[in-house]
Design a protein around this ligand. Structure first.
Ligand code: FMN
Length: 290
């Protein structure tokens, strides 16, 4: 997840049961012209098990060429983002805009599949403004995708409404490649509902924000007793790579997610949202999480 699944977050998620971790979405053009920015986003932890690098773009040749970039060398699998609804991505004909252009989407998948020996997957939504997920999934399979991930909302829905599990079940029944189901898995009930679609794997996004131990929890394990220690580990890992000034601002959102749902005063949340230093934030978090 862009702006969320940093190396510290992916490391903790892996320690607490995530079997596969995805990079933030990586621009194929940026990899060519401004590799420094992408470099930070592609650092992985030895704790990660199966590592997926997710790319986005709209030019088949540029995207295929990017797969040879050394920045992507350590990923086990390459995923193509065809589901991002962000206007700045869509206006370039990238992300979920490709769900309106199946012939270009197919060219991108074929070109990338030819350019790598690694498994290639595609992540997409139901469609741009209507459900074409089965047709799109079949196109991915025919174009050379090894597996697919469906976030069962349209682009028009953004993050509103509910993920349509029946569309995931229909897709699974109509393709011969593995399907990963995605959308609204946050607890055991939603996990079981997603499992009942027959999918081969389940992706969790927002449910892991502030709760990266959700993977173990869903596998029947207890969450960590010392959650403050987990937060400290997240911070320490990031401190190895990022400047303190940038990190102070970046971590504020993660800190707020760590206390989301916990009984704490709105002044405390405001203090975390405006905290001048990581040490100050950690003091506040210690008092809440302990
Ligand atoms: C802040 C944020 C950033 C995201 N970034 C990406 C991304 O870079 N690539 C991607 O495929 N999906 C991205 N997503 C979408 C999620 O991967 C997921 O498909 C969506 O949130 C639905 O799953 P969930 O209900 O488990 O969160 C992002 C979602 C959020 C909330």
């Amino acid at each position: 997840m862009a702006g969320v699944s940093d190396i510290g977050f992916r490391e903790i998620a892996s320690i607490f049961g995530a079997d596969i971790t995805w990079s933030e979405m990586l621009s194929c053009r940026a990899m060519l012209h401004n590799p420094k920015k992408t470099e930070f986003m592609t650092i992985c932890s030895p704790k990660e098990k199966i590592k997926i690098g997710q790319i986005f773009g709209h030019e088949p040749e540029v995207m295929a060429e990017s797969l040879a970039n050394p920045l992507l060398a350590h990923y086990d699998i390459i995923d193509i983002n065809m589901g991002c609804p962000a206007p700045k991505i869509v206006k370039n004909g990238e992300g979920s805009a490709l769900m309106k252009n199946l012939s270009l989407a197919s060219k991108i998948i074929s070109a990338c599949a030819k350019a790598t020996d690694r498994p290639l997957s595609v992540k997409f939504r139901l469609g741009f403004d209507r459900d074409i997920s089965t047709e799109f999934g079949k196109m991915c399979e025919e174009s050379g995708a090894s597996f697919i991930t469906l976030h069962a909302r349209t682009t028009a829905m953004g993050y509103s409404g509910k993920a349509g599990l029946e569309a995931i079940a229909k897709l699974k029944a109509n393709v011969n490649i593995p399907v990963i189901g995605n959308g609204d898995v946050v607890d055991n009930a939603s996990y079981q509902a997603m499992k009942a679609t027959g999918v081969d794997g389940i992706m969790i996004g927002r449910g892991a924000m502030g709760r990266p131990w959700i993977f173990d929890e869903l596998k029947g394990k207890q969450p960590p007793k010392d959650k403050f220690k987990v937060v400290c580990q997240h911070v320490e890992t990031l401190r190895k790579y990022y400047e303190e000034k940038w990190l102070t601002l970046y971590l504020r959102k993660h800190f707020l997610w760590y206390v989301s749902g916990l009984p704490c005063a709105s002044e405390t949340r405001l203090a975390l949202a405006t905290s001048p230093s990581i040490e100050n934030s950690l003091e506040i978090l210690k008092s809440i999480l302990d």
